[in-house]
Design a protein around this ligand. Structure first.
Ligand code: PGA
Length: 243
């Protein structure tokens, strides 16, 4: 695991965009695993700017997103489908047929989990998986628990996650309580992982995930077992790490 310190959110976003930029330049037909949330917004902006400057071509790129709320329409502004269109897909020359996100409208948990896992198998592996990390150490929506769940599944969101995500909704009652997420093994199969994190409120999660014991109680800690992880964290997020 290589941990790079960024000065602040903007610096983190630029450094992360540089890595995705390098990945797509080196392998134009790569499969990118993508993430949503507040953290990657600046990175996507950077990528869109570089696309507009003519420096990056997404025409052969395939994507697979980590997660999606269950029971949400793609037209809902809080769906991750909507987010991806808003921040990246509608702004670059990616072929929408090559973008994949769990289907939040499929209420059949077993069918949707199996379908998405099959999609990922068919893609033949993710070249670079982008991750954020939750304040409770979750990756994707793999919440702290007693065991690592391997494959794509439906999760009950932790109270702290619902609390953290309520800022995007009119009221806490509108926050979906469940989501589909890639499992831990699904994530760990990616050839490379790029984790980005910013802010002091993530400092505990960062210290526990990268310097504590590997435990399903801190899902991000499993990344210590992956052989090719790049973390780009700003100073605030690294503030509780051992020096
Ligand atoms: P955030 O979410 O980027 O909105 O903080 C990250 C995560 O929960 O994985």
């Amino acid at each position: 695991m290589r941990i790079y310190e960024a000065k602040d959110y903007d610096d983190m976003s630029r450094k992360a965009a540089n890595i995705i930029f390098a990945q797509v330049t080196m392998k134009p037909d790569c499969t990118l695993g993508l993430a949503t949330g507040s953290t990657p917004i600046g990175m996507y902006q950077n990528l869109v700017e570089r696309y507009n400057a003519g420096d990056i071509d997404f025409s052969e790129v395939t994507t697979a997103n980590l997660d999606e709320y269950r029971g949400i329409e793609p037209t809902n502004e809080q769906s991750y489908y909507y987010f991806m269109n808003e921040h990246l897909f509608s702004k670059v020359n990616i072929d929408k047929n090559n973008t994949n996100i769990p289907d939040g409208t499929n209420m059949d948990v077993e069918a949707e989990s199996a379908r998405y896992e099959q999609v990922l198998r068919t893609l033949g592996g993710v070249d670079m998986q982008l991750l954020g990390i939750g304040r409770n150490g979750h990756i994707g929506f793999n919440e702290p628990g007693e065991e690592f769940v391997k494959e794509t599944h439906c999760v009950d969101l932790a109270e702290s996650t619902i609390e953290a995500n309520k800022r995007f909704f009119d009221s806490i009652d509108d926050v979906p309580k469940q989501a589909y997420t890639m499992g831990i093994q699904t994530i760990m199969k990616a050839k490379k992982i790029l984790l980005i994190v910013s802010g002091e409120d993530k400092a505990d999660a960062v210290a526990k995930s990268f310097f504590g014991p590997v435990t399903p109680k801190v899902p991000g800690s499993i990344l210590q077992m992956h052989q090719d992880v790049i973390v780009i964290a700003d100073r605030a997020a690294l503030s509780k790490c051992p020096r």
